[in-house]
Ligand binder design. Structure first.
Ligand code: ASP
Ligand code: MG
Length: 287
C-alpha cells in the first residue's frame, strides 16, 4: 500500500480537485491513504478567524463568511446540484465551528487555534472524498483524529507513537482508498484537537507510511520534484532524481520549503522511499 499527500496548492480550486482525481486515475493505485491539506490559503484564513476572535470579535462572522464563500465556489463547480449532501455536510462543519467559538471559555491562544484551524482540513477532505465518490472513485473518509494521537502541546504536538500505531493498525483498511486530513491530530487526555505545526501534512503522510509499513510515500507538488535551488528565486534549476535521507533532512532543516523537517525520520527508520512528484505530470519520475 502507498501513501499520497496533496497540499493546499494542489486543491486550491475546483480544477485542482479534478486534477487530484486525475492523478489517482493515472497512477491507478488501488490501496492508498490519501492525506490532504486545507484548500489553497485556507489555513491562513482560519488563522485570521482566531486572530479576530481574540482581538476584534465583531469581525469573526465576516472572516467566516469569506471561508464559506471560498468553499461554496469550489463546491458549485464540482457538483451540479446544490442538493448534493456535501453542501449540507460543509455547512454543518461551519456551524459546528461557530458554536464552538460561541461556547469557548479558554483564553489560551494555542488551544483555541487548534480547535479552529483544523476545520480547513476537515472541510477539504469532506469535499474531495465526496467528489471522488461522485465520479466513481470509491473511498472511505477517515477522521485523522481517531488515529493520530499526540500530547497536549497545542500547535506543535508530539506524536504518541505506540497509541498512534495501535489505532492506525486497528482503524485503517489496508485495501481500497482512504481519504484523511493532514496536520490534525487528537490529544489523549480529553480528546481535544491538536495540530502538528504549519505544513504538518507531510509529517502526517510519513506517520501513516511508517505505521502501515507503506511501500512508498508520495508528496504531490507543483514542482517536478526536489530541485537544487528554489525556482521562485533562481531560473536555472536542476531536478535531483535521487537524494539520501540525510541530504533531504538537511535540505528541510535549512529551510527548503519542499518537505516538512519532521517528515524524513520515520521514513528513514523503516527505509520507506519518499517520492516528490508533480501533480501536473504524474507519470514523470520526480525525485
Ligand atoms: N494546512 C496546513 C498549513 O497550511 C498544513 C499543511 O498544509 O501541511 O500549514
Ligand atoms: Mg501546505
Amino acid at each position: 500500500m502507498k501513501v499520497f499527500k496533496f497540499g493546499g496548492a494542489s486543491v486550491k480550486d475546483a480544477e485542482g480537485v479534478k486534477n487530484l482525481a486525475q492523478v489517482l486515475t493515472t497512477t491507478g493505485d488501488k490501496d492508498l491513504v490519501v492525506v490532504i491539506s486545507a484548500m489553497g490559503k485556507m489555513t491562513n484564513a482560519f488563522e485570521q478567524v482566531v486572530t479576530n476572535y481574540f482581538d476584534t470579535k465583531s469581525e469573526v462572522p465576516s472572516a467566516l463568511n469569506e471561508i464559506v464563500h471560498f468553499h461554496h465556489t469550489i463546491l458549485k463547480e464540482l457538483f451540479t446540484s446544490e442538493k448534493h449532501p456535501v453542501f449540507l455536510k460543509v455547512n454543518q462543519l461551519i456551524t459546528e465551528l461557530s458554536q464552538l467559538l460561541d461556547k469557548n471559555k479558554s483564553k489560551q491562544h494555542p488551544f483555541v487555534y487548534d480547535q479552529v484551524v483544523p476545520y480547513g482540513e476537515l472541510i477539504s477532505t469532506c469535499i474531495v472524498s465526496a467528489y471522488l465518490l461522485e465520479i466513481g472513485i470509491e473511498n472511505t473518509l477517515l477522521d485523522a483524529r481517531d488515529c493520530i494521537i499526540t500530547d497536549t502541546k497545542y500547535r506543535d504536538a508530539n506524536i504518541q507513537w505506540e497509541e498512534t500505531q495501535q489505532r492506525i493498525s486497528e482503524v485503517v483498511k489496508k485495501k481500497g482508498i482512504t481519504v484523511t486530513q493532514g496536520f490534525i491530530a487528537s490529544e489523549n487526555t480529553h480528546n481535544f484537537t491538536t495540530t502538528l505545526g504549519r505544513e504538518g501534512s507531510d509529517y502526517t503522510a510519513a506517520i501513516f507510511g511508517y505505521c502501515l509499513n507503506a511501500d512508498t510515500v508520495t508528496i504531490w507538488k507543483d514542482v517536478p520534484g526536489v530541485l537544487n535551488a528554489d525556482p521562485r528565486y533562481f531560473n536555472k534549476t536542476t531536478l535531483l532524481h535521487h537524494i539520501s535521507y540525510k541530504e533531504a533532512i538537511e535540505l528541510a532543516f535549512y529551510g527548503a520549503s519542499v518537505i516538512h523537517p519532521k517528515t524524513l525520520q520515520p521514513l528513514q527508520r523503516k527505509e520507506i522511499p519518499l517520492h516528490v512528484k508533480s501533480f501536473y505530470n504524474p507519470t514523470a519520475a520526480g525525485t
